[in-house]
Design a protein. Structure first.
Length: 145
């Protein structure tokens, strides 16, 4: 099930050129979160359901830094969070393509609208104001097996 094929930018348009993939960020921010409702048809009990993020860049978590995905010296961000029907189902720790996030079967409203929300992280070193981590992602889909 295709959710969105657009390039989406979350954050506040304030980021270092040392941030993960900073030179590749392409579009202006859509704010600190993305939310969309999608209808999911009947699914056979026991089926595996995954939210798939085709590509995500800009994640500046401590894990991403430890993997050499950014060059920010003295800061890191909390991970972007993924929610399904208001329930947190994942933290996104690293940048990459084809990331799959398991959607618990019991959270799915079959033949009804379900809400998927992604919230960007925050710079954990900034205390004077909220500094959102700028990320971009594209090609969101739901996969069932």
């Amino acid at each position: 099930i295709t959710i969105d094929t657009n390039m989406l930018h979350l954050g506040d348009n304030s980021y270092s050129d040392r941030s993960a993939n900073a030179g590749e960020l392409q579009v202006q921010t859509d704010g600190p979160y993305y939310s969309k409702k999608i209808k999911i048809p009947s699914i056979t009990p026991g089926s595996k359901v995954n939210l798939v993020i085709g590509s995500i860049i800009g994640v500046d978590t401590m894990m991403a830094k430890s993997m050499g995905q950014n060059r920010v010296n003295n800061a890191y961000a909390s991970p972007p969070e993924v929610y399904f029907n208001g329930n947190k189902i994942a933290d996104i720790q690293v940048n990459g393509d084809g990331q799959k996030i398991k959607v618990p079967y019991n959270l799915i409203k079959q033949n009804q609208f379900n809400e998927i929300t992604i919230k960007t992280g925050r710079n954990m070193s900034q205390t004077a104001y909220v500094d959102y981590d700028d990320i971009e992602f594209m090609n969101l889909s739901v996969e069932t097996r």
